[in-house]
Ligand binder design. Structure first.
Ligand code: SF4
Length: 346
């Protein structure tokens, strides 16, 4: 039996023995997606993690996603195959800097993309994902000033679409930033019938050329349901192609190219997860996600508000910000020399 088949068997056995819910993000390798109980975007993963009966959840994605599951289900054991699976947006939005920004605008409401640390969520009024951002922003009274971070491309896209001014934090996704608008134009000329799909973390030059801008779930839905189209140019991480191919083996899927010849359309953080690490995590129930109590209590409020608005409930908003004076944030992966760091200021 090949090594990967053996690992696959071990994972399925351990998962059944220990009754673990295995969740995988669309950007994981196809071999990992195939073993998961559910594959989805960050909103769907958080919902499945919170609503499942299983008391142990393994999340194959990046660490902030596993943290969201833990925040929403503090009584569950949440494990992640590699705690170094960060995210450039999390690295770009250190707590201390975000807090300083927040303190300069105490009357504003802070809306934070879920791609953020638990500490940053703890000084946030409401979180959003790329699936529910429009619905959440529409629930905020029109006279309230909004601070939006850490993804400036998503923020700029939402400002235009909803015609709503917001102050933006200057963070980016390393992966989506690198698609080339110039090369996409050339590709569209070669495939004039192709429909262009883009994630809102992409730069404006890409979004301007897209027929559909949306979360990974929305882009997948377009490929599944738009049967009249046979060619799709896709500007998001390569992992999503696995589900797209399964749904539409008849369609031609072309990735929007980066400038140059780098393999930058793959998220290096997501790809830290491997079958071997998943097997080890299930075997040892480790590493587990732990969040300091004070941080978790505050952070849960912003996620709860997001989930309630997503479910159609109404929520109340604080009049002004009060500094919760949290314990220091643990060192970033970048500070430990694991991931190169961008330097940013809002
Ligand atoms: S693709 Fe971008 S936003 Fe998503 S986890 Fe990777 S670095 Fe973060």
């Amino acid at each position: 039996m090949s090594n990967s088949l053996q690992l696959r068997d071990e994972i399925l056995k351990l998962k059944a023995q220990k009754q673990v819910l295995l969740l995988a993000h669309y950007y994981e390798d196809g071999a990992i997606q195939d073993l998961a109980d559910h594959v989805g975007d960050s909103l769907a993963l958080a919902q499945w993690g919170a609503r499942s009966e299983q008391q142990i959840v393994l999340l194959a994605g990046v660490t902030f996603m596993a943290e969201s599951v833990k925040l929403l289900s503090p009584q569950k054991i949440v494990i992640a195959p590699d705690l170094n699976a960060g995210c450039s947006l999390v690295e770009n939005s250190p707590y201390q800097k975000m807090l300083e920004w927040r303190l300069r605008h105490p009357q504003a409401l802070m809306v934070t993309y879920v791609n953020s640390s638990a500490h940053v969520k703890a000084i946030t009024d409401v979180c959003v994902t790329s699936s529910n951002a429009e619905k959440v922003l529409a629930a905020i009274p029109s006279d309230r000033e909004i601070l939006f971070g850490p993804d400036q491309n998503l923020g700029r896209y939402l400002m235009k679409k909803l015609n709503r001014p917001m102050q933006l934090w200057a963070g980016n996704c390393d992966v989506h930033l690198l698609f080339s608008a110039r090369r996409l134009e050339q590709l569209r000329a070669r495939y004039p019938k192709a429909r262009v799909l883009a994630h809102p973390e992409c730069d404006e030059g890409i979004l301007r050329q897209a027929d559909v801008v949306g979360s990974t779930s929305r882009l997948l839905q377009e490929v599944k349901e738009n049967r009249e189209v046979q060619q799709f140019i896709v500007a998001t991480e390569l992992g999503i192609f696995h589900q797209m191919r399964l749904a539409r083996p008849d369609a031609e899927l072309i990735q929007s190219p980066p400038e140059g010849s780098c393999a930058c359309a793959e998220c290096p953080y997501m790809k830290l997860n491997t079958l071997e690490k998943i097997r080890n995590s299930l075997r040892d129930l480790s590493p587990q996600i732990e969040i300091p109590f004070e941080v978790a209590t505050q952070a849960r409020t912003s996620l709860d508000r997001m989930m309630r608005i997503t479910d159609g409930e109404s929520v109340s908003w604080p009049e002004h910000f009060v500094d919760p004076r949290l314990p220091a944030e643990p060192p970033y992966r970048a500070e430990r020399g694991l991931i190169p760091r961008f330097t940013l200021e809002a």
